[in-house]
Design a protein around this ligand. Structure first.
Ligand SMILES: Cc1ncc(COP(=O)(O)O)c(C=O)c1O
Length: 354
């Protein structure tokens, strides 16, 4: 039986978390002089910004939990999902000793967060269809392998990882399995957060940065068992989600009914780009995508990247990533931005550029 306490670092099990003024007094009072705030007011327009925010974001979690179909006790909010990635590594990986495992090419922050925490990242390559091959795990998992990160839909390849592979790993790996679903809203697939009850070692990451259009706000979600969430709460900075972020997110959630329309429009843009780019001679391959971006293989990624820059179009050059030789990653833009990209690449073809 999985028990998160057997994975959590001994120093974290033993430590006492910071106890904030808001932790120590939770009732109603007429005078609050317990947190060294400025009781005269605020230079910010919103006068309530003189107070520290709710460290556990209760109002926000109740709303998100309702929309996502999870109990608020199964929800952690981070300063972007990047914060959750870092905290998960810190929670269970002993610096200089433990390992995490990823399947590449994939999102770069797993590597950065592992390096920052002096944790070894073992990298297994995805196959030619950018899928996980379970046989490649043979001999790669050790007693000090604490987390497997699976990004689905994967960045930068755009595809969903086969659910059978994810399920196999969840059933057979004794550590944490983190399924990063930053792009799940663009995919025709159910979130793994629906299966938390089945898999006590599962952590699902999602974010407000993509479909919700709130990258600047910095708000990420981790869904997991209440036991795992409690540990993340224990080690997080006390006020990691600002009041501004909480208010903006609560406001955006009121318009949640507009989300499907926005996603449908982005997915239509993806469909247009998929079809149009296939007709462009310098584009050799358009990989299938379940996300809001496409990975395309071109005749010469470096030259075409520079050429597009000259046209005022910035794409992401992924040519140096594993199995991504001559690949560019392009986000789905507005209709006119999508057309501008296609036209720029077509013009390049007419110049017989290769
Ligand atoms: C797969 C993946 N996970 C997480 C993130 C980070 O999301 P956030 O903005 O919530 O930190 C990104 C951002 O590009 C991403 O591609």
């Amino acid at each position: 039986m999985f028990d998160i306490k057997t994975l959590v670092r001994a120093n974290i099990l033993a430590m006492k978390p910071y106890s904030s003024a808001r932790d120590e007094f939770k009732g109603e009072a007429s005078i609050y002089i317990d947190a060294n705030e400025n009781n005269l007011g605020s230079l910010a327009q919103n006068q309530s910004f003189n107070r520290y925010p709710d460290p556990y974001q209760r109002k926000l979690k109740a709303k998100i939990g309702f929309i996502k179909g999870v109990d608020p006790s199964q929800l952690f909010l981070g300063n972007g999902s990047d914060e959750a990635i870092d905290l998960l590594i810190r929670l269970v990986c002993k610096p200089g000793h433990d390992e995490i495992l990823t399947f590449g090419p994939t999102y770069g922050m797993y590597d950065v967060a592992a390096n920052l925490n002096d944790v070894f990242l073992r990298h297994i390559s995805l196959d030619e269809n950018f899928q996980v091959q379970i046989s490649k795990l043979q001999g790669q998992i050790h007693a000090n392998t604490k987390i497997i990160f699976l990004c689905s839909p994967n960045n930068p390849t755009g595809n969903l990882i086969n659910p059978k592979s994810i399920e196999y790993i969840l059933r057979n790996f004794a550590g944490l399995v983190v399924v990063d679903e930053a792009y799940i809203d663009f995919a025709d697939a159910e979130s793994w957060s629906k299966r938390l009850a089945e898999f006590p070692n599962l952590v699902v990451l999602q974010t407000f940065s993509k479909a919700w259009g709130m990258a600047a706000v910095r708000l990420g979600m981790a869904f997991a068992s209440p036991e795992i969430i409690n540990f993340l709460n224990k080690i997080k900075p006390p006020y990691n989600i600002s009041e501004a972020t909480q208010l903006i997110a609560l406001d955006a959630l009121q318009r949640a009914d507009q989300l499907p329309e926005m996603i449908a429009e982005i997915n239509q843009g993806r469909e247009y780009l998929q079809q149009a780019l296939k007709q462009v001679p310098v584009v050799q391959k358009v990989y299938p995508s379940d996300a809001n971006f496409l990975l395309i293989q071109v005749t010469d990624a470096n030259k075409i990247y520079d050429y597009l820059l000259q046209q005022g179009i910035v794409v992401r050059n992924r040519t140096n990533q594993l199995n991504c030789y001559n690949c560019l990653r392009v986000s789905v833009g507005t209709d006119s931005e999508n057309k501008a990209l296609v036209e720029a690449l077509k013009a390049l073809a007419e110049k017989r550029f290769s």
